[in-house]
Design a protein around this ligand. Structure first.
Ligand code: SAM
Length: 223
């Protein structure tokens, strides 16, 4: 990782947007403080890098709001060394936060141009151990399963069965579920071979998960 330079805007982002909204996990807060979000935005958007909202990353996609990244990381309940899958790597920002938490990260991005840019960015910033591949993440990454946590960074019509099957016993899957304008952040904990406890963490707003167990394709996205 790059040498940590004091970054008042980043520190303020964590304090005002994340701590004030009630997230308290010290490991998540430290990870959020350690990843320079400005390095993941498109040229021209650096001044908005620590703002309280999503930002465009190209290909019609977005870098999620910092609070949502922290909320999902906290909900995943990660321990150092945890094997984690992120579906919808986008800019690579959330994958970097997960890596900063000590996780062994696998990430999948559907858009080849975004995947390539994220791979290069992660390597340049010192997160080269994140394994990132291009493809339909709604099918998961079976060869690397089981995962202690799976984070889905795009809104699915329902939790993909393939992803549920790739969760380790006791593992958690965090995913926005529902159509545009009516998504809920769902947290599943695997309790048995076919037993999952479900908890809803409130309304969220994500771009669509497109794929075999996602929405059919852009344009078909309802709302
Ligand atoms: N986590 C990302 C970050 O930190 O920059 C932001 C994710 S963005 C909200 C959602 C991403 O999911 C987009 O980049 C989109 O291309 C991707 N996506 C949509 N459907 C996908 C699929 N089936 N498999 C993998 N990625 C997908």
């Amino acid at each position: 990782m790059e040498a940590a330079m004091p970054n008042p805007a980043l520190a303020r982002m964590v304090e005002e947007q994340i701590v004030r909204r009630g997230l308290r996990d010290p490991a998540v807060l430290d990870a959020m403080r350690s990843v320079p979000r400005a390095a993941f935005v498109r040229p021209g958007f650096e001044a908005a890098a620590y703002d309280d909202g999503p930002l465009p990353i190209g290909e019609g996609q977005t870098l999620s709001q910092p609070y949502i990244v922290a909320l999902m990381a906290e909900a995943a309940g990660l321990r150092p060394g945890a094997r984690v899958l992120e579906v919808g790597a986008g800019s690579g920002y959330a994958a970097a936060v997960l890596a900063a938490l000590g996780a062994e990260v696998h990430a999948i991005e559907r858009q080849p141009a975004l995947a390539e840019a994220a791979r290069m960015r992660l390597a340049r910033l010192g997160y080269g151990r994140v394994a990132l591949r291009t493809g339909d993440g709604s099918a998961g990454w079976p060869e690397a399963a089981p995962f202690d946590a799976i984070l889905v960074s795009a809104g699915a019509p329902a939790v993909p069965r393939a992803l549920k099957a790739q969760l380790a016993l006791g593992g958690r899957l965090v995913a926005p579920v529902g159509p545009a304008g009516a998504q809920t952040l769902v947290v599943l904990t695997r309790r048995g071979a076919d037993l999952y406890a479900e908890e809803d963490r409130g309304p969220v707003s994500f771009v669509p998960l497109i794929g075999a167990e996602g929405w059919p394709e852009e344009g078909a996205w309802p709302g």
